[in-house]
Design a protein around this ligand. Structure first.
Ligand code: TMP
Length: 216
């Protein structure tokens, strides 16, 4: 079973995954939490290149290919082996993020992105994708609070520095994807408190696990 979490900056994906994993483990599922970009040793290096806001000259094509390079490594080292071992894989972002950020927001041709995904993923998709949805200004405020509270670390703020219009395109892009594939996507209101969002997440994941794996 493969679950991905998506959303704009500050949507709370990382918090929700941290809350979900122990719930799944308590129910007897072997699971792993992973993320994009940066789940592998090579991926961590790619992540630091991608999120460094001093990289002002990075071409959109470079950005697109780096995300896909990170994903190829992630698939090979983490996702495929975990799924083959029947683990529940929970990923903080996956290929939909490229469709939305590099496609809908940066303007890359969606068919080109689809073609690259065919190569990198070979048809593999998450069984369930949760979109944590909230207004852009609320998400960005949360994201900047988090970035500013981390003193001493290199800030990963290249995307937070994008204009509000960029983040609106990201939000709308996710909602468009969800509308086109209602079986895989669930949209959750993430503007409320973390425990309320967590309850929604658990309800949806539980239902999906029952129908997908019949372990209950
Ligand atoms: P994170 O903040 O959720 O860790 O994600 C890192 C940033 O990378 C976030 O701003 C979204 C962006 N991103 C893309 O632009 N394309 C992608 O394919 C992925 C996985 C992330």
């Amino acid at each position: 079973m493969f679950i991905s979490f998506e959303g704009i900056e500050g949507s709370g994906k990382t918090t929700q995954i941290k809350l979900l994993i122990p719930v799944l483990q308590a129910k007897g599922y072997e699971c792993i939490a992973t993320r994009e970009p940066g789940a592998t040793r090579i991926g961590e290096k790619i992540r630091s290149i991608l999120l460094d806001s001093s990289h002002t000259t990075m071409l959109p094509l470079t950005e697109l290919l780096l995300y896909e390079a990170d994903r190829a490594q992630h698939m090979h080292e983490v996702i495929k082996p975990a799924l083959a071992a029947n683990k529940v894989v929970v990923s903080d972002r996956f290929f939909d993020a490229t469709t939305v950020y590099q496609g809908y927001a940066r303007g890359f041709d969606l068919q080109l992105i689809q073609q690259i995904h065919n190569i990198v993923l070979g048809g593999l998709k998450p069984d369930l994708t949760l979109i944590l949805d909230l207004p852009v200004h609320v998400g960005l405020e949360r994201a900047w609070q988090r970035i500013n509270s981390r003193s001493g670390e290199l800030p990963e703020d290249r995307f937070e520095k994008e204009a509000t219009a960029f983040h609106e395109k990201v939000r709308q892009g996710y909602l468009t994807l969800a509308g086109g594939e209602p079986k895989r996507f669930r949209v959750i209101d993430a503007s409320t408190d973390p425990q309320t969002v967590h309850r929604d997440v658990v309800d949806i994941v539980q239902l999906c696990l029952v129908t997908t794996t019949n372990i209950y």
